[in-house]
Design a protein around this ligand. Structure first.
Ligand code: BMA
Length: 338
């Protein structure tokens, strides 16, 4: 079988640890997890569900920080090695396209993607209810808000890193205003990042219990020789609340509305102390990856128990083959992809 490859850039300084000899899984945890714990800055009680990208000689990111009033805001953080982060004390203050202040009451679960030298931030914003906010920065100092992508209620907006057929693509998960006991992953197209349409349902929740309640796109999809690799979260409803695990899917290269394969079983589920206990127990929530085209290494950044940040690792060839061999499509998947 030919080697599966990432289509992208080399990243020689990717945070990395080899798979432990006794590990039987396709994804393994960083042995220094969590990389960020309680009270990382004066304002921030908990930093988790955050997005990082390569920048200059190191890394930069937009971090979800729950302030001590309980309200989440977005903060910029910088790192040379991807493990130790310096988080700005002040949250991001947005301006609109005229330069006037344009803030929201809360902001959470950011994703960041570079498209043609600009960094787009997608997050869950307040717009008469939670929905997808979109903004852009070139220097991580001035952050400009663009039109909110969708009307309420929606969460887990994830932009693709390039246009396909001349269109920007965004995954999202229509929801309710609360903690949403349902949810499938949809995809929408836009010619200009303002007008979104041609919505299609990509993947459904249900059937396998770990993702029976709802699913949501996690990290920005990674382009590979086999299609788009998408890490996502799957939620199990239990007698004692939700459990958030990590799965992955491969979407068609030319039309990512069509899911080709998706993991029957989760890749990772809350097991470690910092994942099973915290502000919200039993959450592993992926929001970003770093990846290296040359070695095929992938580092996944995930929020743990809505309290801290962890890293997990995998490699592209092993993971994609695992997904293909252990795939189960659910009723409704790729039903209307056109
Ligand atoms: C979701 C979001 C996430 C959070 C998850 C688990 O609805 O609020 O930020 O990680 O619930 O609490």
């Amino acid at each position: 079988m030919s080697k599966v490859k990432i289509i992208g850039k080399a990243l020689n300084n990717i945070p990395w640890q080899e798979k432990p000899a006794d590990c039987k899984d396709v994804m393994w945890r960083h042995d220094g997890n969590p990389i960020m714990g309680w009270n990382a800055t004066k304002k921030a009680a908990r930093i988790y569900n955050s997005a990082v990208v390569p920048y200059e000689n190191g890394f930069i990111g937009v971090f979800r920080a729950d302030h001590r009033n309980g309200i989440p805001q977005l903060h910029v953080g910088r790192s040379m090695d991807g493990f130790k982060w310096d988080i700005e004390e002040e949250e991001i203050h947005w301006v609109d396209e005229t330069g006037a202040a344009y803030e929201t009451e809360y902001a959470y679960d950011p994703r960041v993607v570079e498209i043609d030298g600009k960094y787009y931030v997608v997050w869950c914003t307040d717009f008469g209810g939670p929905t997808i906010g979109l903004g852009v920065t070139e220097d991580f100092k001035t952050f400009t808000r663009l039109e909110n992508s969708f009307i309420p209620f929606n969460r887990n907006g994830v932009l693709f890193p390039k246009k396909i057929d001349g269109k920007y693509l965004m995954l999202s998960r229509p929801s309710d205003s609360g903690h949403t006991p349902f949810g499938d992953i949809f995809i929408s197209q836009s010619p200009d990042m303002i007008h979104w349409g041609r919505h299609r349902r990509v993947m459904t929740s249900g059937q396998t219990w770990w993702q029976g309640k709802k699913i949501g796109a996690g990290a920005v999809p990674i382009e590979t020789t086999e299609g788009w690799l998408l890490f996502y979260h799957g939620v199990n409803g239990t007698c004692n609340g939700f459990v958030y695990s990590i799965g992955a899917a491969i979407l068609d290269k030319d039309n990512p509305a069509k899911v080709l394969y998706r993991t029957k079983d989760y890749l990772m589920t809350p097991e470690e102390q910092y994942e099973v206990s915290g502000f919200v127990p039993n959450v592993t929530f992926p929001c970003a990856t770093l990846h290296d085209e040359e070695t095929g290494r992938i580092a996944i950044y995930y929020g743990a128990a809505d309290t801290c940040l962890g890293i997990a690792y995998t490699t592209i060839h092993e993971l994609v083959n695992y997904i293909k061999e252990n795939s189960l499509l659910l009723p409704g998947d790729a039903e209307d992809y056109r």
